[in-house]
Design a protein around this ligand. Sequence first.
Ligand code: 6U4
Ligand code: NA
Ligand code: NA
Length: 165
Amino acid sequence: SPVISHYTLILLIQPSTDKILLGKKLRGFGEGKFNGFGGKPNPNESMRDCALRETEEECGVIVPPEFLLSGGTLTFTGLAPKQMIVHLYRVNLDNFPFKVVLSDEMDPTWFPITSIPFSLMFDDDKFWLPKLLSKAWSADCALEGNFHFDGDFVSNYILTHNDNL
Ligand code: 6U4
Ligand code: NA
Ligand code: NA
């Protein structure tokens, strides 16, 4: 049976300017792609604590815990011998002061939410990210995305996904 790895992924939104802060991954898995911030939990670390820590480590933004909203989960299969479960979070940056810092892992960049660079992101993002960004979204409409890849981590090609995300 496959190993299941858990990750966090945090989307930082600024509704007052209709912008999103994405990071260009500078090394490791997904290098060169734009993505939210996040990573793997340390031993005995909760997913929420991991989300807060990774966000600060990767772009300098210190999120007060009450502003970390759970956004649901994305499950990725077909990545034999591994499956991934990505725990999504959404943060409204209008709610607290922050500063953005370049890290050695991520180059943080602002995008208008009307021009998100989907062609430079993981292939699944275009299916679920618009839902997480929609004005109608709230923490009680958690996403449950299931994506099945062709088994090749490098080509990152999605064979199937559920359409009731
Ligand atoms: P280490 O090796 O400890 O530096 P860590 O920083 O813990 O790794 P990292 O940066 O490799 O983890 O985490 C991968 C990040 O990419 C997580 O935020 C989850 C995210 N991710 C993985 N697959 C994804 C996919 N298909 N679509 C997406 N984000 C994905 O949008
Ligand atoms: Na990371
Ligand atoms: Na990490």
